[in-house]
Design a protein around this ligand. Structure first.
Ligand SMILES: [Zn+2]
Length: 497
């Protein structure tokens, strides 16, 4: 491994990202089986998705619609006519022994997505977005790693076989230099935001609805050729995308600097150790012996339909970010940090749920970002919703808790103790503003600090801070500090005068 910064002094990285998006259609790509996640193994199956002889596939129109909308949102051209192809290879979780995919006739091609990275815009060119079907799922039992090596036996579940996928492939992304890991992360983040805005997928990386393969190659600095690439498969969080790119840059650099050749291969990403290991040597496309799928008619969307779908697109993400920044009154830096933390959608929902923009930003980017970081998860994976964050801020605004107590409300909600109001109740976190309880605590504080009390009587109002501190301590931070101050001054006959 070569140090990351040293690697980038010697080499230029080229990135490529292949993202698979599992569509949220009701049924599978080529049959009427439910496309829902999970279910008892092998219950969402039929002769077509099991590849039984004589069964005939039919294209899911809703999936084609989603594919076109994704293509349009990525500024792609939409094919007037295209076909499916058979991609031939043997794999135990592919019951047909080929995957129905698209090869040289993708539904969408030649687009781009502009991504923001630390205030700079990188245009990521999209080569193609094509339709295909998901495979089944193998489970290897009896080994220690969950991989096939060392396993005693394997189980296969075909529920996922045939679920519609869109594969989005970028052109090589060059010129990002040291920012390459951040560009990769920002691309996947912003692509996911777009998919969610389109409403075509649940886009949950932890459930595999959105899976990223990260290609990386290095070329000697200043060279205009591309080096040999590695393809790291199924990198399933934003953070891992960034880490995988960093790791591969250091790994490639060490190999090249030693005068060796990088092997073109797929690699596995290990979330726990943050490294990649060798998978299989990558066969070239020809080895798949693609040919047009004879059992399916071509897909030929009319220009009128494509235009109708264009009318259903969500607001362009770049324009949307500019609009939200103006509405929320965020500085460039605040907006950049919000986008960079993957918190834009969460902050937006929190504001929609009633929180002030700065309060929404503060909670997600400080308190919650710290906790996500400690747990090594994404913000969106935390067990708290934007509505709950908005409610906690409302409790602060209503004077029921202060910021310090609010942190304990976050603890409770994240620990699964229920809604914010229930946590305040169960943990007894509400601020005490009842004069009876406060008055007794103020009397105690005056009695315990006679010299301070004397100063205040003599007109040194500033000394009240020490008594307020004593009361707050006695009341475990749950006193209404403003009311405590009033009571102290009243009892000691020292007006603010
Ligand atoms: Zn089926």
């Amino acid at each position: 491994m070569m140090d990351f910064d040293e690697a980038l002094e010697q080499f230029d990285p080229a990135l490529g990202l292949e993202v698979h998006v599992e569509l949220n259609t009701a049924t599978k790509m080529f049959c009427g089986c439910p496309a829902a996640f999970g279910g008892e193994p092998n219950t969402h199956v039929c002769p077509t998705c099991l590849g039984l002889p004589g069964s005939m596939p039919v294209v899911n129109g809703k999936a084609v619609e989603s594919a076109i909308r994704i293509g349009l949102a990525l500024n792609c051209s939409i094919a007037e006519w295209c076909r499916f192809a058979r991609k031939n290879y043997f794999y135990p979780d592919m019951p047909k022994n080929f995957q129905t995919s698209q090869y040289d006739e993708p539904i969408a091609f030649d687009g781009y997505l502009d991504v923001d990275v630390e205030g700079e815009t990188f245009r990521v060119e999209i080569e193609r977005a094509h339709m295909e079907e998901d495979t089944g799922k193998s489970t290897h039992v009896g080994g220690t790693t969950g991989r096939i090596h060392g396993a005693e036996y394997s189980l296969v579940d075909y529920n996922r076989a045939g679920i519609p996928l869109i594969e989005i492939v970028t052109r090589p992304i060059v010129g990002a230099g040291v920012k390459a890991p951040l560009v990769a992360r920002a691309y996947v983040q912003q692509l996911r935001d777009l998919i969610l805005a389109l409403g075509v997928s649940e886009a949950r990386m932890d459930q595999g609805n959105l899976r990223a393969d990260v290609n990386l190659s290095l070329a000697p600095k200043g060279s205009d050729r591309l080096g040999t690439r590695s393809e790291t498969k199924n990198v399933n969080s934003f953070r891992s995308v960034e880490r995988a790119v960093r790791y591969e840059i250091s790994r490639h650099a060490a190999i090249l600097a030693a005068g060796d050749a990088v092997v073109q291969e797929t690699r596995h990403w290990h979330e726990d150790t943050g490294i990649t290991t060798s998978g299989r040597e990558k066969s070239d496309a020809e080895d798949y012996r693609y040919f047009p799928e004879p059992d399916l008619v071509p897909v030929a969307p009319s220009a009128q339909w494509v235009e109708e779908l264009r009318g259903t697109l969500p607001e362009n993400p770049t324009a949307k970010r500019a609009r939200l920044q103006a509405e929320w009154g965020f500085s460039d830096l605040e907006m950049r940090d919000t986008v960079g933390a993957g918190a834009l959608g969460l902050v937006e929902e929190t504001i929609t749920a009633g929180a002030a923009p700065q309060a929404a930003r503060k909670w997600w980017l400080s308190e919650l970002a710290r906790r996500a970081n400690e747990e090594g998860v994404e913000l969106s994976d935390l067990a708290i919703t934007p509505a709950q964050v908005a409610r906690i801020q409302a409790l602060v605004d209503e004077g029921k808790v202060n910021d310090k107590l609010a942190r304990q409300v976050f603890d409770g909600v994240l620990a699964g103790e229920g809604e914010p109001d229930a946590v305040v109740e169960a943990r007894g976190l509400a601020i005490v503003s009842d004069d009876g309880a406060l008055s007794a605590a103020v009397d105690d504080a005056i009695a315990a600090n006679p010299d301070v009390a004397e100063k205040i009587r003599g007109g040194k109002v500033a000394a009240a801070g020490a008594l307020i501190g004593a009361v707050m301590k006695q009341m475990r931070g749950q006193a209404d500090a403003g009311r405590v101050r009033e009571l102290i001054l009243e009892k000691l006959g020292a007006g603010e005068g």
